[in-house]
Write a protein that binds this ligand. Structure first.
Ligand SMILES: *Cc1c(COP(=O)(O)O)cnc(C)c1O
Length: 365
């Protein structure tokens, strides 16, 4: 096919996009993607494999994920009057929400617009863009707090169909002021999604507020709890919204192995909780050690990663030097002006965190 044909057939918005970049990581200590570094004890693995033996991979999965939902409700304490919708990762839920809301017809209450803050999770912007929705990213203050006046002004002006707030925020790691978030919820003309991907490390939630605000949804994922490979996210909210989203969910989006493994993991939640606790302890140690390095500016985190700023115009050298030492972190220098010179490191095991700190000290001289 000629390039011209591609131009004729593919929307300019799509041709302008670049596909999501994942750094090659073979043989590296992976501290770039907020993965949990821990595996399961042998006894747990044995039991897990035993359960997998009888999975009917010849059958389609339970489209409604009933068993998984029942267990999740118990383990996560989901109020009875809220509904649950599962996605193939919360990425898919963001996509489903946006697909359901996208609308080029002018309406009087909301516009074809997704609003979030900048910097935040890149998928809000990417998905809005590839669906042809407008994306408004309201800059955070320089301390990464919400610029509440700018936010309220933008909400009034752009009337977003949906607002995404990551709580804690990625890539900055902080929890926004609860009252400021609540003002956003109160002023929103459309839906508000609180993305609690890092709930296992922050333990702060808007779930109880969903009962109070009908247009509020809480989204979580099992990825950061140690199950990133399963691809499972869930959305909690009133059925009047989730029933509509559910119509655009592809049938069988959660495969049999994901359902079975997630159920198994939820039945062994103490192990995942124990791992999250280890990561929170290691976060404190890593924060203290990073903060002791005078040349760095280190930001407090309520998530399983830490953002830090390297000396001016040296970030790419640091990134390269860390790689040369076998350590992979996320370079955010080009992601946004306020992230200039910034790297983000995932909190890992004490051993890997030490290896990272050693490599970083060598890069500093
Ligand atoms: C990592 C992350 C997600 C991704 O979740 P998946 O379930 O793995 O798709 C969602 N939101 C935020 C803010 C994240 O940092």
């Amino acid at each position: 096919m000629t390039t011209d044909k591609v131009k004729q057939l593919i929307r300019p918005e799509v041709r302008k996009l670049s596909s999501y970049h994942v750094s090659p990581s073979r043989g590296m200590i992976k501290m770039d993607a907020m993965e949990n570094p821990y595996t399961w004890p042998e006894s747990m693995k044995t039991q897990w494999l035993e359960e997998l033996r009888d999975i009917a991979v010849n059958r389609y999965p339970d489209a409604a994920c009933k068993g998984l939902e029942t267990l999740l409700r118990q383990v996560m304490g989901v109020p009875d009057n809220l509904s649950v919708l599962f996605g193939n990762g919360s990425d898919e839920l963001i996509q489903i929400i946006c697909m359901t809301l996208m609308d080029n017809e002018p309406r009087n209450v909301v516009e074809n617009t997704v609003l979030s803050v900048e910097p935040s999770f890149v998928m809000y912007r990417m998905i809005a863009r590839f669906l042809g929705m407008n994306y408004i990213g309201v800059p955070l203050n320089s301390d990464f707090s919400l610029d509440i006046n700018a936010l309220l002004e933008a909400i009034g002006r752009y009337k977003p169909a949906v607002i995404f707030i990551a709580y804690p925020n990625n890539p900055t790691g902080n929890l926004f002021d609860e009252h400021a978030v609540e003002r956003v919820i109160e002023q929103a003309p459309g839906l508000v999604v609180i993305d609690e991907a890092y709930y296992p490390f922050a333990k702060k939630s808007f779930l109880s507020k969903v009962l109070q605000y009908e247009h509020l949804l809480v989204m979580r994922t099992v990825s950061k709890m140690g199950l990133a490979g399963l691809r499972l996210g869930y959305l909690l909210g009133h059925s009047k919204w989730l029933d509509e989203f559910n119509k655009l969910r592809l049938p069988y989006n959660i495969n049999v192995l994901t359902q079975a493994c997630a159920e198994f993991a939820l039945r062994n939640i103490e192990e995942l909780d124990r791992q999250a606790e280890l990561i929170c302890q290691a976060r404190q140690v890593l924060f203290t050690d990073l903060s002791a390095m005078q040349a760095l500016q280190v930001y407090r985190s309520d998530a399983n990663f830490i953002l830090f700023r390297t000396p001016e115009n040296q970030v790419n050298n640091f990134d390269k030097s860390l790689r040369d030492h076998g350590i992979l972190v996320k370079n955010l220098n080009a992601a946004s002006l306020v992230l200039k010179d910034c790297l983000r490191v995932t909190v890992s095991t004490p051993q890997e965190n030490e290896a990272f700190l050693r490599a970083l000290r060598l890069s500093l001289v």
